[in-house]
Write a protein that binds this ligand. Sequence first.
Ligand code: COA
Length: 170
Amino acid sequence: MKSVELQLLTASEPLSLDEEYKMQTSWLMDEDKCTFIILEKSVFENTGDEIGAMIGDTNLFFYHSEDCVQLAEAEIMIAEKSARRKRRGWEAMLLMLRYGCEELGVEKFQVKINLDNDKSISMFQKMGFSKVSESAVFNEITLEKYVDEKWKHWLKEETQESECIQNEEQ
Ligand SMILES: CC(C)(COP(=O)(O)OP(=O)(O)OC[C@H]1O[C@@H](n2cnc3c(N)ncnc32)[C@H](O)[C@@H]1OP(=O)(O)O)[C@@H](O)C(=O)NCCC(=O)NCCS
């Protein structure tokens, strides 16, 4: 990812092409990671071109937390600037959170966000996340959300027009 803006907002390091391939392989193969590419539906429906319709991605990274619950760190990026502020980030993140708790057994979600990224902080707060810590050294805030029945119900309501379809080739 070459965009300096996105590197800052997502706290990512610039990678060489070789490192990028290794990273993609790791996201595909490792059991502690889950990733989905976000497509602009209207573009994909009109062209059938998956690559041309790509606007971003969303990831979960799993690990066990101190309180022994299944914890997943969540990430979202709408890389295509023209696709931002159209609720794509909101919708994709909610779908991933729903998939995480319904299909993958996640009990707590965590997000780490650059302190300057007020848009993303605001989005996750609206999703019910609360601040648990802030690091001046890393210029980063950590927000968390425990999964409970009320929140699962809310996720379902917010994403009721979507359904999970298993790819037959898998
Ligand atoms: C943060 C990001 C995912 C938001 O996605 P988006 O599709 O652009 O935003 P949405 O239209 O879904 O907005 C959802 C909420 O985010 C916040 N938000 C997003 N863009 C905003 C903006 N330009 N100004 C203020 N608030 C904004 C608002 O709270 C908004 O809720 P609202 O519509 O009720 O006001 C997207 O801007 C992005 O990928 N940015 C770069 C990478 C990044 O910051 N990733 C997050 C790191 S954890």
